[in-house]
Write a protein of this length. Structure first.
Length: 374
């Protein structure tokens, strides 16, 4: 059974002028009457808050597009998006202010291993870094012009970036130097998740799931489409670099239950065995053996799902996606039900952050910065 969640969206505006208090009250009452045709007036005790800009700093707009969010410290939340947009909240998503990013390139992913140090990556090989808690951002040289789709830092020194056409970058000095670990593959790598310093997964197009158990020294493709050369003894890198791949004589084989039609957008693991990946068509894939085999789980919806996660190992799972869809599973991802939003968001929800065990921040298109109790 779905649960009602009250949220609100948009800017907070203040009426200014030199009119009398009486006319101000009349005007405010009239506005509330008109607004009630679309949504109930919100009280100060609502569990959710309007996203709004702080004073005259803000350049927040309902036309903003946000793609990724992170919460490095209690109460402090970051979101990044289109045209170099970076915004920050210091009060758990109640108010927001825009930062100067010094780029117009769209930023697609953000990671803060600690409150003062963070990275954002995006289009055309863009990597931005802050060492002062986001007060200033500086460009780092990625060495590539490919789109960078996801970043995760394990600590302030060690970080991974993945992206288009199999690009994979690694740093062990806080991004001063980036090592090219790219795969010889055509698949876009969309998301990565490290459970600890040694064990991590990468997911992407064509059902691709890559796994490392030695801190990224080597990666094995455990699921997805692979070249079928008839030689099972070859590694993934050897298969993909074979001269005859794509020359008309090499077919592909499906591994791990994921195939060419499965475009994976996000991955999350609760422990070394149990993980979930989201895809197009409203499908969530479940693994119970560390990613070797994946079972498709239908949600009953056809919207793409862009993020998945839980507040703790034993907490309910949540996933979000197209047309304001938010889903919850209380049985390990086997079944899913929609979380009804009191004020339905018709934007694409691109990421979610757990502000607490029963509170989410959802970000997405149309300037969406939503705080919701769950």
């Amino acid at each position: 059974m779905s649960k009602e969640v009250r949220i609100s969206q948009g800017k907070h505006t203040t009426l200014r002028g030199d009119g009398s208090h009486f006319y101000f009250c009349v005007l405010r009452a009239a506005c509330c009457v008109l607004l009630s045709a679309f949504t109930a007036c919100q009280t100060a005790n609502d569990a959710t808050s309007r996203a709004r800009s702080e004073g005259n700093k803000g350049t927040l707009s309902r036309y903003d597009q946000y793609f990724s969010a992170a919460m490095p410290a209690e109460g402090k939340v970051w979101a990044v998006g289109q045209n170099g947009k970076i915004v920050v909240s210091h009060d758990r998503g109640q108010t927001w202010s825009a930062q100067v990013s010094n780029t117009n390139q769209s930023l697609l992913s953000v990671s803060f291993p600690e409150a003062s140090r963070g990275w954002a990556v995006g289009v055309a090989g863009t990597i931005l870094h802050t060492a002062d808690g986001g007060t200033t951002w500086a460009m780092q040289n990625s060495g590539t012009e490919k789109d960078l789709l996801a970043v995760q830092f394990l600590d302030p020194q060690h970080g991974w970036v993945i992206g288009a056409a199999g690009v994979m970058l690694f740093t062990q000095d806080g991004g001063q130097h980036w090592q090219d670990r790219s795969l010889n593959a055509d698949a876009n790598l969309n998301h990565l998740y490290f459970l600890d310093a040694q064990t991590g997964w990468v997911v992407g197009e064509y059902g691709t799931v890559m796994k490392t158990t030695n801190g990224g020294e080597t990666w094995e493709q455990v699921a997805g489409q692979i070249p079928d050369t008839g030689d099972e003894g070859k590694s993934w890198e050897e298969l993909m670099s074979a001269k005859d791949v794509g020359a008309g004589g090499v077919s592909t084989a499906t591994r791990g239950g994921l195939g060419e039609e499965d475009n994976l957008f996000a991955v999350y693991f609760a422990d070394a065995n149990h993980g979930w990946a989201t895809s197009t068509g409203g499908r969530v894939f479940l693994t119970e053996d560390g990613g070797a085999q994946w079972q498709p789980k239908e949600t009953g919806y056809e919207a793409p799902l862009f993020a998945v996660g839980a507040a703790c190992q034993t907490c309910p799972l949540y996933t979000c996606g197209g047309r304001g869809l938010l889903l919850r599973s209380s049985d390990g991802g086997n079944t899913w039900s929609e979380v009804k939003l009191a004020e339905r968001a018709y934007s694409y929800l691109r990421d979610l952050v757990f502000l607490g065990p029963q509170e989410l921040l959802l970000i997405g298109t149309q300037g969406t910065l939503l705080r919701a109790g769950v």
